[in-house]
Ligand binder design. Structure first.
Ligand SMILES: [Zn+2]
Length: 142
């Protein structure tokens, strides 16, 4: 049995489904705002996503495309190795863009940590600015 991320978000929380992530969703029901639950589910799904062969292959392509350099440091004329590929439009809110090369950017760990608020799962102001720049550049609606 498999569901896409957007399917799972739309499924009723009736507890009768067998999808593992729905069970996860029900477990979390009533604890905190929906957005936070969506974030946690996204994290759980993300674990299998990031382990997938398709992702590892795409990640390698993006790092090569970006010359294995942090693209945030590059904006400031600095040369810093990249070791992370960031989803500019987060998978939790925009699963439809998760495989799009334009939505992926090579970053150093430091630069990547500046894009995410690890406590809330939200983008930081910096992460949001990058999203808005990218949206303008590729004509993507936010
Ligand atoms: Zn990221």
């Amino acid at each position: 049995m498999s569901h896409t991320f957007s399917d799972i978000i739309k499924l009723p929380e009736d507890g009768k489904r067998k999808a593992p992530f729905l069970i996860y969703l029900n477990t979390l029901q009533g604890r905190g705002p929906d957005r936070f639950r969506v974030f946690l589910i996204g994290r759980a799904m993300g674990e299998s996503f990031y382990k997938s062969k398709r992702w590892r292959k795409l990640r390698g392509r993006i790092l090569a495309r970006d010359g294995y350099r942090c693209q945030e440091a590059k904006r400031y004329g600095k040369v810093v190795p990249a070791n992370t590929v960031h989803h500019i439009f987060p998978m939790t809110d925009y699963p439809q863009y998760r495989w799009e090369p334009w939505n992926l950017l090579s970053l150093s760990n430091d630069a990547h940590n500046q894009m995410h608020d690890r406590n809330t799962g939200e983008l930081t102001d910096k992460g949001r600015e990058l999203l808005e720049r990218t949206a303008r550049k590729y004509g993507v609606e936010i």
